[in-house]
Structures are given as C-alpha cells and as structure tokens.
Design a protein around this ligand. Structure first.
Ligand code: ATP
Length: 436
C-alpha cells in the first residue's frame, strides 16, 4: 500500500519524470553528488533566486550585489582558515570498503552497509577541490574552487566601499556556485558536491551587531513564510556554545522538518570582525573603516545569512508535494507559490479543434513575459493532472461556448474551484495570483 506521505523517493521520481532535475552525466552512469536542472527545474531555480534578489532589494537597509569568481587564490583560503580546517572526519569500512563521515555513524557498532565491524582510524578529509592554474605544475599555481561564496565578499569589502557610496551599516549579497568534496553526498539536493549559495554579509558597528543579528533572523524567517513554506515545519535552532566557531558570537540555524528529520536550511551567524581582520593580517592591507564621528578607524562586525539554492529548492518541493483524491482518482500536485511556480498558467483548448481559436491568448501572454504553457493533447482531465503535478496554479480552459461568449473557465490548482471569466480578464487574473 502506498501512503500519501511525501518521501525522498517520490520527489526524486517526480523531478526526473517531469524534467526538474537529472543526475549529471546520467547516460554514463552519473556523477555522484552532482545534478543538472531540466527545463522546469531551471525555471523553478531561477524563480527562487529572483525571490531572494527581491528580498534583498526590498530590505530596509542598503545592500549591494557582488558576483565573485569561482576560482579562489590560495592566500584567500589560507587566511579564512579553510586550508587548515575545512575538513570532515572520514572513516572506511575495511570489509566492504564503503566510506562514511565518522560523525554520521556509531563507530561502536558494525558497518551499516555490510554488518561487519572493522573500521579504519578516523582521519580528516579535506573538502576543498584543488586545481592548478596554467601549464606549469607547481605548488604556487594551486587554486581552489570556492567552498562558499562569502570569502569573495570579504576580500572585496574595501573595493566595494571605495567604489560605491555605501556606508556602514550595509550589506553585500551574492548568489553563486560553491563546491565541496562531501564524503557522502546524500539525500538528493540536500548534500551535493556542486551547489549554489545565496549569501548576505551585513557589516555594522559592534554595538549594533546583536540588534542586527536578531533583525536578520526575523527577516529571513518571514522570507521563508512568504515563499509559502508551512510555518509549522520551520524552526530556529540557536547553536550551543560548544558548536560555535571560535570567532562566532551567536549562530542560529533555520531548520526545516524534512522526512529525514529537522535539518539546516539556512545558517545565520554573527561572525564578529574575524574575517576582515584575518584578511587584513594575511594581506597586509588595511581593511578598517574610518568613523567620521569618533575620528577613529575600526573593523566592522558581520552578520551572515547563508542559504543553499538547491537545498531550498528541495525544501520547497517537499513542502509543496501533495497527494489527494478527486472523484475517486489519485492526484499529485505541487502547491507552489504562484511567484515561484515554473509555469504560471496553462491555456487548454477543450478539443484540438479549438486550438486555433485560443492560440492567440497564449501568444499574447507569452509576449508579455508570463511563463505560460499551451497544451492540447490528451483528455482535459489528464492535462489538468499534468499541470497539477508541475505546480501550475491556474489553467484556463477554452471550450465551444468560448467562441461565442469570449469567456474561459479558470480552474484553480488548490481549491479546484472553476469560474467563468472573460478572456480580457485573464491577464488580471494572473497578475492577482502573482501579487499574493
Ligand atoms: P551542513 O551542516 O548541512 O553541512 P554547513 O553548516 O556546512 O551545512 P554552511 O557552510 O553554513 O553549511 O553553508 C550554508 C548553507 O549552504 C547551508 O545552510 C545549506 O543550505 C547550503 N549548503 C551547504 N553545504 C551544502 C551541500 N553540500 N549541498 C547543498 N547545499 C549546501
């Protein structure tokens, strides 16, 4: 008996079936922990990023954007502490040769894969991907694929201050790829080797840091709620003192209740002035800010909000996935917020004979920039199910009466309510949905 509960398997299967996400290099048996986003996935991902950009743009405090490089100089990662400390404890099973993160399993027990207890010693496994620049193989040519986007914000802090009119307090925001050689990539998009982050580093005076920290936690929670995530499945978990990095004064994880437990969705951290001071020390450059009021220079303190695009993508799918029954027939739908749904509306002629009569509605909405699908193949019931399954909030059905009365039936994905509206009101209907 299949249950109505959402599972990782159901999400993975939907993603492949409907073109959201594919395993990278699947035809060559795949690359572990690396994924490609298909036609609908690419749109959903872009909509998620746009929602974050919109959040940043509408923030009360000033925030500017940066698009830093993916290849990072050795010196940057040395100063940030990643070269020496960015590693996970690794252990191998000597019997079946499987690898595990030592903190994921109980070493007092047998190997979960083969049932034999024969562990190697635990050793540190470096998570950064290393590469070489240029043709000469030399240690000085080593560069790293960035494991987080934040460091390019810190190393460009002075460039941004000197080239724009920003003043403390202000933030620098960035969306970009990050790479981590995770020992055991798992749970689909939850832990990947190549992923994308949306990070905000907010610079302020030390005396205001706690206030801004609390403010950003609240703002970020509101962001997730506005995206439509079920508030009962979101919580904040402050880090215990012994979990905090030595430079961090407070840290809160925004967690989501996944089918595999409460897990971090976003990390919000008060990082003190650690990063700027580290880069000042290692580069020999003064990264302090002059305070006109006191006549003294100081190092701003930093609040960081960091969320993975892909992890949020997965969270949104889990949250939106719904199975119900309509007139005795099982239905799967994605209750996506209209602003992030890959397709905002579908135009469905009741019969193929009507296709030419309503193609213009589709064309005109498409030209105005809406994400619209036109579908005239299969029974109308089947077409509704197809749109429900990819999360399209509304379908407009053009029937034989439409030719006479210039009206279509708007059918709502969630309420299943059907209402007859005039064709010239279709765009307004969509606009209203998008404004919610
Ligand atoms: P975790 O404890 O889950 O490994 P972390 O504390 O190492 O996460 P951060 O370094 O704080 O993660 O990264 C910030 C955010 O980036 C995370 O909250 C998550 O959304 C995302 N993220 C981090 N690692 C991955 C990954 N391997 N795959 C997908 N997203 C990731």
């Amino acid at each position: 008996m299949s249950s109505n509960k959402v599972t990782l398997e159901k999400i993975v299967s939907l993603c492949k079936r409907r073109g959201f996400v594919f395993q990278s290099a699947e035809i060559y048996s795949g690359l572990n922990g690396v994924y490609d986003f298909g036609p609908l996935g690419a749109k959903l991902k872009q909509n998620i990023k746009n929602s974050w950009i919109d959040f940043v743009n509408k923030a009360e405090d000033e925030i500017v954007f940066l698009d830093g490089s993916i290849l990072g100089a050795q010196a940057v990662w040395k100063a940030s502490g990643h070269t020496d400390n960015f590693s996970d404890p690794l252990v191998d099973c000597q019997n079946c040769k499987k690898r595990f993160r030592a903190d994921d399993i109980d070493l007092e027990k047998a190997c979960p894969a083969c049932g034999v207890k024969k562990w190697t010693d635990v050793r540190q496994f470096k998570l950064m991907f290393e590469t070489e620049l240029g043709a000469v193989s030399d240690k000085s040519n080593i560069a790293y694929l960035r494991p987080e986007t934040a460091q390019s914000i810190f190393v460009n802090f002075k460039n941004v201050m000197n080239s724009s009119r920003v003043k403390i307090p202000f933030g620098i925001a960035q969306i970009g790829k990050a790479f981590r050689n995770e020992i055991t990539p798992k749970q689909f998009l939850f832990r990947m080797r190549e992923f994308e982050q949306m990070e905000l580093e907010f610079f302020c005076k030390e005396e205001n840091a706690e206030k801004f920290f609390n403010k950003w936690v609240e703002l970020r929670i509101n962001y997730f709620k506005k995206l439509g995530l079920n508030s009962e499945k979101i919580r904040t978990r402050p880090h215990e003192k012994d979990e905090l990095a030595h430079y961090s004064k407070s840290c809160v994880d925004v967690e989501y209740n996944f089918p595999f437990g409460w897990k971090e969705l976003e990390g919000i951290a008060y990082r003190t002035d650690y990063d700027l001071k580290q880069h000042a020390k290692h580069s020999g450059k003064d990264l302090s800010v002059f305070d006109q009021e006191t006549g003294e220079s100081y190092y701003p303190h930093v609040i960081e909000c960091s969320v993975g695009v892909d992890r949020l993508f997965l969270t949104i799918l889990f949250d939106a996935y719904t199975e119900d029954e309509i007139e005795g027939e099982k239905r799967t739908s994605l209750k996506l917020h209209p602003q992030i749904a890959p397709i905002t509306a579908a135009i469905l002629p009741l019969s193929k004979k009507l296709s030419n009569n309503c193609k213009n509605i589709y064309e005109s909405l498409k030209q105005k920039g809406y994400s619209i699908q036109f579908d005239d193949s299969g029974s109308i019931g089947k077409r509704y199910r197809r749109q429900d399954e990819i999360g399209t909030p509304v379908c407009f059905t053009f029937d034989f009466d439409s030719v006479q009365d210039n009206k279509v039936t708007a059918r709502n994905r969630d309420t299943l309510k059907q209402e007859r509206i005039s064709i010239d009101q279709v765009e307004n209907y969509i606009k209203n949905l998008l404004e919610k």
